[in-house]
Design a protein around this ligand. Structure first.
Ligand SMILES: Cc1cc2nc3c(=O)[nH]c(=O)nc-3n(C[C@H](O)[C@H](O)[C@H](O)COP(=O)(O)O)c2cc1C
Length: 365
């Protein structure tokens, strides 16, 4: 049976499946439960120094369903980062690590663009014993109004500065979580890596409007009659996420990559590994299917690896990257293939001609 473990930035994951930052990792109870069920790693819900500044709304989710089967294909949220006190989180992160020392716990952190605050949150969080930090430079709604999250991740100079502050005091690996709400995903990732980020996580949610209720004329999710564009996730975003991960993996070959966006099955996750992800993260999929989905993910990956003859997860990472090229190269390859085929069929025709000549001769004889 294939070995599902992988070592990334010195951390040994028992399998490459992680719960992504969001509702699935919202407190110690659910984090410990998920570790016990078999998740290889968990990124906790994003935390900040002052949770009093975080005000969530109800409702904050909207769904896009398939016209035929009513299946949820897209999911929008206007949820902010954790509104639970930082001190409570510090205790809970330490508790999770004590109970599950063999599992990988990553703390997602976010702060305003002040050096002192980033240094304080880095130092205090890593003291809990977490294995790594994921810098949330990408939350697309709410936080940008405080110049946090996506507002930082859209500016490569700020990314470089913030990652530099964190790396100046961090003693554990640092991953930078990128926003997809940019034109070129490579720019931010390269800035993070230049400043010393050990890994890149991608993607956070895509800014979107899931729909308008045509009876009330109000956008969803509707809060007191109003709404705002929110973060889109689930299977609808997977093709976009794959493209972002592929581009980042090619641009940053020495960084570890944690890929996510619409993963719901082992086959989805395998595709992210093939375009360069060392680990994969799942948020909406776990919200829709429940934490128990980890069993199917491990079984699916294991079966696929056995069928394809792969012995270790690290052997899969990036295997499909060489098959991406430019359009001009595709045209050239097609031209060459056609020429070869034409050459082949000319040869075939000549050969057929020879046969018929021979046959003609035989008949006329
Ligand atoms: C309800 C909800 C809350 C989220 N909260 C956070 C968060 O606090 N920090 C963060 O970095 N990403 C957050 N995310 C983004 C996810 O971690 C992930 O990047 C994104 O949803 C794409 O993956 P998915 O399609 O598997 O959900 C949230 C996503 C959802 C759906």
């Amino acid at each position: 049976m294939a070995d599902l473990s992988i070592v990334v930035d010195g951390m040994k994951f028992q399998n490459p499946f992680m719960l992504a930052s969001g509702p699935p990792g919202t407190n110690a109870r659910v984090i410990c439960k998920s570790f016990a069920l078999g998740w290889g790693g968990i990124v906790c819900k994003t935390i900040s120094l002052d949770s009093n500044l975080v005000h969530n709304t109800v409702p904050r989710y909207a769904k896009l369903k398939s016209r035929i089967h009513n299946e949820i294909i897209g999911f929008q949220n206007i949820e902010l980062i954790s509104d639970r006190p930082f001190e409570v989180w510090l205790d809970e992160l330490a508790e999770c690590k004590q109970k599950h020392p063999d599992k990988i716990l990553v703390a997602s952190i976010m702060e305003e663009c002040h050096k002192d605050r980033w240094i304080e949150i880095t130092e205090r969080t890593q003291e809990t014993g977490v294995d790594a930090l994921e810098l949330n430079l990408s939350c697309p709604h709410g936080m940008p109004e405080r110049k946090m999250g996506g507002a930082m991740g859209q500016n490569p100079d700020i990314i470089e500065e913030v990652v530099g502050w964190v790396k100046s005091v961090s003693t554990i690996p640092v991953w930078s979580k990128m926003t997809p709400n940019v034109t070129d995903p490579k720019v931010g990732a390269l800035a993070a890596v230049k400043a010393g980020s050990d890994g890149v996580s991608a993607i956070n949610t895509i800014l979107a409007i899931t729909g308008i209720d045509i009876e009330t004329l109000r956008p969803v999710p509707t809060v007191e009659g109003y709404s705002e564009p929110g973060g889109y996730s689930a299977q609808a975003v997977r093709p976009i996420a794959l493209r972002h991960v592929m581009e980042i993996a090619r641009a940053c070959p020495d960084a570890s990559i944690s890929g996510m966006g619409g993963i719901e099955t082992a086959e989805d996750a395998i595709q992210f590994m093939l375009v360069g992800s060392h680990t994969t993260q799942i948020c909406t999929g776990a919200m829709l299917q429940g934490y128990g989905m980890i069993e199917g993910l491990c079984q699916g990956l294991s079966k696929w690896m056995d069928r394809k003859g792969f012995k270790s997860v690290s052997d899969i990472v990036g295997l499909s990257l060489p098959y991406f090229t430019t359009h001009a190269d595709l045209v050239e390859r097609q031209r060459r293939a056609k020429r070869e085929k034409a050459g082949q069929s000319n040869r075939d025709n000549m050969w057929k001609g020879d046969i018929s000549k021979e046959t003609d001769t035989l008949v006329s004889d």
